[in-house]
Ligand binder design. Sequence first.
Ligand code: MN
Ligand code: MN
Length: 319
Amino acid sequence: MKTLPENQYDRMSAPRYIGLPTFMRAPQIEDPSDYDIAMIGIPYDGAVTNRPGARHGPREIRNSSSMMRSIHPVSRINPYEQCHIGDAGDVPFTNVYDVEKAHKNIEDFIHLYTSSNTATLAAGGDHSVSLPILRALGHDEPMGLIHIDAHTDTWDDFLGTDYSHGSPFRRAVEEGLIDPKRTIQIGIRGAQNASVGWDYSESVGMRVIFMEDILELGIPAVIKEARQIIGSNRAYISFDIDSIDPAFAPGTGTPEVGGFTTREALSLIRGFDGLDILGADVVEVSPPWDPTGMTALVGASMMYELLCILATAHRLRTE
Ligand code: MN
Ligand code: MN
């Protein structure tokens, strides 16, 4: 049988509409230990509180991500020259009807990568998936967290579960996975029926920056404060697509008007270059609510920005 070796085909210079649509047209991963950064799909939305559909996020983000290129226009980082980057495929679920069992599927699969010191860049899925990712990172001490979202996701139990997409970061504090004093939540907005999430975040010492404050502060001041809070220790970045205004990203389960423009979101992520980021995710892209496909493109674009941040972090850790 004749086979075509991977290196005979330069994926980045090939026409972008050709081939299996892996994330960013990166090669499919066979052995996790060969890679520095793994992009992973988590097609799970069993923990949403309202509109579903984020289970279809990874497939549409993969398709839109074929539009992404390699050299960053501002930093001139080419993550593919700095790191070995691949697509790990999707979490192979054996349980989707029980949230805690589904989360265990996610944790076990992500752990295949984190245990070989491969950084992970995940595409959700609803926001509950960040909790099993943080569990799989499993560090000796709680990590810092940059959380960009319209919602604090520190609510408590909801309709019979402690693990809805409204509570991952409360559980992460309780489980000692993140340090609330090294956590910053950026872009919070929207009315609530109860203030329990906002109250919890502030009571444990998280820095919560409401969108109203960002209008006053400006993006550079927010970046400066985030960098001070995270410092030189390890941290994770979680990006909920609903942080962006639904004018740009309507395809999500819990849209809130008055959000970031895509231009502001790009500037914000670019401001985290040089921090010791171990992993990141982009969650809550819900294709059934995304009539033009724009939200998937925004999600893929944010993943590319985060890939560049992870590439710098990898370089700084290994040089
Ligand atoms: Mn969220
Ligand atoms: Mn949200």
